[in-house]
Design a protein around this ligand. Sequence first.
Ligand code: KDG
Ligand code: MG
Length: 422
Amino acid sequence: MSQSVFTPHSKASQGSSIPPLKIRSARVIVTSPGRNFVTLKIETDQGVYGIGDATLNGREKSVVAYLEDHVIPVLIGRDARRIEDIWQYLYRGAYWRRGPVTMRAIAAVDVALWDIKAKALGAPLYDLLGGKSREGVMVYGHANGETLEDTLEAVGRYIEAGYKAVRAQSGVPGVDLAYGVGRGDLYYEPADAQLPTETVWSTRKYMNYLPNLFEALRKRYGFDVELLHDGHHRMTPLEAAQLGKRLEPYQLFWLEDATQAENQDAFRLIRSHTTTPLAVGEVFNTIWDAKDLIQEQLIDYIRTSVVAAGGLTHLRRIADFASVWQIKTGCHGATDLSPVTMGAALHFDTWVPNFGIQEYMRHTAETDAVFPHAYSFSDGLMHPGDGPGHGVDLDEALAAKYPYDPRQLPVARLEDGTMWNW
Ligand code: KDG
Ligand code: MG
C-alpha cells in the first residue's frame, strides 16, 4: 500500500488506554446454514479479532467482490482503534458513494472494528456507545398464515410465548404467494429459488381483506398487544392513505413500507390523511435516503439497520438526527440479516435513547450453531449479553460445511402482467 504525506495507520498514538491494534488480516467467509450469509473477520496483531455482517440477500457475491477487491487491501496495516477515520476513508474515499453494496461492505468493517475495540477494552459494545438506556429491548415476532384463522392462531402463539408485539401477515383470498406468508410457522424465507419466483399481486384484493384481519385480531386478543403490518411497498401513496385510514380503529403500532420508499415526497400525502403510525427504511443506506422524511416528520419509525446503513457509526447519526423530531428507531431484523447484525443491533437498541422496537425473526437452529451468540429472549424482550464486544462469533469449521447456495428474492407483477414492487 502506498504511503503518502498522511499515514494514520503507521503512527501509534500516545496516551490511549488501548494499545495500538494493527489490522493484520481481513477475510470474507460465505456460509449457507439454511440461507446465505457473508461475514467479515478482521484480525489484529494483538490477537483481538472482530466480526461484521455484509449480507445482501440475493446479491451476496457482489459485496464479497467489493470487500475483497476494494476494501480489504486498504485496511491492512491500519490502526483498528480509528473507527471513525476508517469509516470516513471508506465512504468519502470511494468517490462512488452510497448504495446497498458499498454501505454493506462499510458496515461489515465498522461493526468488526467496534467489536475489536469493545473486546480490547473488555466492555460490552453498548458501554462504548454510551451505556444502557433500558433493561431490555422490545422485539416483534412474525406471525403469518395462509388464511385469516391461521393468522389469528399464529398471533396467539406469539402472545403465549411472551411477545408484547407481533407482526401479522396473511394470505389474501385470490392472491397466490402474498408477501410475508411462510411455508412453516417460524421461518419465512423469501429468497427461495435460483431465478426469481414470479408472483401476481392485486392491491384491490389486499385492501378489501386486510382490515378484516385486524378487526378479528383486536376482537380476539384485545388492545394490549402491539400489532404491526408490512405493506412491502405495494400500494400507491393514495391507496396507502386509504388503508391507513381504514386501519385506524385497530391502533396498529405501525404500518410499514406503505408505498415505495424512494420517493420521500409521497409520504406527505399519506401522512396528511391518516394517523396510523408509519415506518419505513429497511432499504435505506444513508441518512440522505431519509432526510426529508425525518425533518418533515413524515414517519414515526426509521427502519434502517446496522448492516444496511454502513454500521453503527452511521446508524447512530441517523438515530440522533431522527430524535430531534421524536422519530424512533425500529431496526430491520429479518433472517437475511445475520446473527452478527442482530447482536450489534441489540447493543445499539440497548443504548439508543429514541428506541422504538426491534424486529426479531428467529434464525434456524443451523444458523444459530454457526454463529454462537450471547443474546437471548425472555418475556418479550431481548438482551445483548454483557460480555466484551457484540457477543456474536463465527464457528468457521462449521460454516465451511454449508457452501454458498445461490438464491434470489421473488418479483411481483400485477394481474395484467405489469411489473410491480415485490
Ligand atoms: O430480503 C428481504 C427481506 O429482508 C424483507 O422482505 C423483510 O420486509 C421485510 C421485513 O420487514 O422484515
Ligand atoms: Mg419490511
